[in-house]
Design a protein around this ligand. Structure first.
Ligand code: SF4
Ligand code: SF4
Length: 230
């Protein structure tokens, strides 16, 4: 199935901070044998432009009044001076045919749900997949690296099976991450212990039928105790 992504320089992977869920993080860690600190970061989001209505805000004890979103980290672009890109974006050398260079996701099979879903969303009833009207630029900066899709998407370029399935999983996982954030934000700790908190919560996500009879809330693990025991 062709798409505007073919031969694109991936302005989306350069323009946006990509919000991730705990499930995205743990999948990347597991599939690529990476640690949280190798690829994840917290982005301050005082005006809510990163979280939008999608991702939760997290608070941390070193900056208790700043809302943060957990995202993939960025790094400087190799070929487009002064711009940044997702640390997993693999850039190709610009040439006459592709002056911005082609680019591809280096973790395509393990990429976060937000990346899988772009540029789609559910309609208001959650029954249909809707193509976003993608703007021409992803950032205010005028650098062409931040230009988005080179042409408009058409509905026949979106897989009618996998697109709604990806949206469903993205919504489910982000709902869980919102619940997890509300637990964390009740007693914010340092960002340093956040990866341990994630691991503990997700390690308790599968329960036996007997445990399932207990109240269905996310347990707040004692991260410090677990770290001392390790
Ligand atoms: S900017 Fe648009 S066309 Fe280019 S990679 Fe991203 S989604 Fe695909
Ligand atoms: S994980 Fe892949 S698809 Fe997502 S922003 Fe990074 S390079 Fe792009």
């Amino acid at each position: 199935m062709s798409s505007p992504c073919d031969n694109c320089h991936a302005g989306c992977c350069r323009s946006f901070a990509v919000p991730v869920t705990g499930a995205d993080i743990l999948r990347i860690e597991r599939d690529l044998d990476l640690a949280f600190w190798d690829f994840a970061c917290r982005w301050a989001d005082p005006d809510g432009k990163i979280a939008r209505k999608y991702a939760p805000h997290f608070y941390f004890e070193d900056e208790p009044s700043t809302p943060f979103v957990i995202c993939l980290s960025h790094q400087p672009s190799r070929f487009h001076k002064g711009t940044s890109k997702c640390r997993f974006l693999v850039e190709g050398q610009p040439d006459d045919e592709n002056p911005m260079g082609q680019a591809r996701c280096g973790i395509y099979n393990s990429r976060p749900m937000a990346c899988r879903c772009f540029p789609t969303k559910f309609n208001s009833t959650g029954e249909l997949t809707v193509l976003h009207d993608v703007p021409t630029r992803g950032r205010k900066e005028t650098h062409p690296a931040y230009e988005l899709c080179p042409r408009n998407w058409t509905v026949d370029e979106v897989d009618p099976i996998s697109a709604p399935q990806d949206l469903t999983v993205a919504k489910f996982e982000m709902n869980f991450f919102h619940s997890l954030a509300s637990v964390w934000n009740r007693a914010p700790r340092s960002f340093e212990v956040f990866p341990d908190f994630l691991k503990l919560v997700y390690s308790r996500r599968v329960v036996s039928e007997v445990d399932e009879l207990e109240p269905k809330t996310i347990p707040l693990p004692n991260v410090d105790q677990q770290r001392k025991a390790a």
